[in-house]
Design a protein around this ligand. Sequence first.
Ligand SMILES: [Zn+2]
Length: 121
Amino acid sequence: MENKTFVVIISSIVMLIGAGVLLFVLLLKFDLFLLILGGLLVFIPVIFIKNQLNKSETIEDKTYEWYKEKYPDNVQGDFVTCFTCENNSIDVRPLIHETFQHEIFCTQCAKTLYYSSKSPS
Ligand SMILES: [Zn+2]
C-alpha cells in the first residue's frame, strides 16, 4: 500500500476513536482527562494528514492535469510547452523503475514536465 494512503487511513481511524471518546464524554460521563485525550486524538491526526498532503509531489501527483493547473500558460489543449525554456519539442520516455509510467520531458533542457501512465500512441 502507498505510504500516503496508509497514513491517512490510520489517522482517520485515530480520529474516529477520538470522536468516539469525545461523544462519550459529552453525552454520557463528563471527564476532563478523557475530554483532553479525545481532543488530542482528533487534533493530532489532522496535523498528520495536513503534513502528508503538503508533501512534495510524487510521480502520481505530477500528471497532465497537475501541469495544466500549475503552468496554465504552457498548456493550450494538446499543445504543451516547457515551463522553463518555453520550448515545444516535448518527448516521452518510459520510466525505468516505474512500470506503466511515462515521463514527459523537454528535449531542449531535459526538464521533466509531468508523468503519464498512458502509453504514447
Ligand atoms: Zn525546456
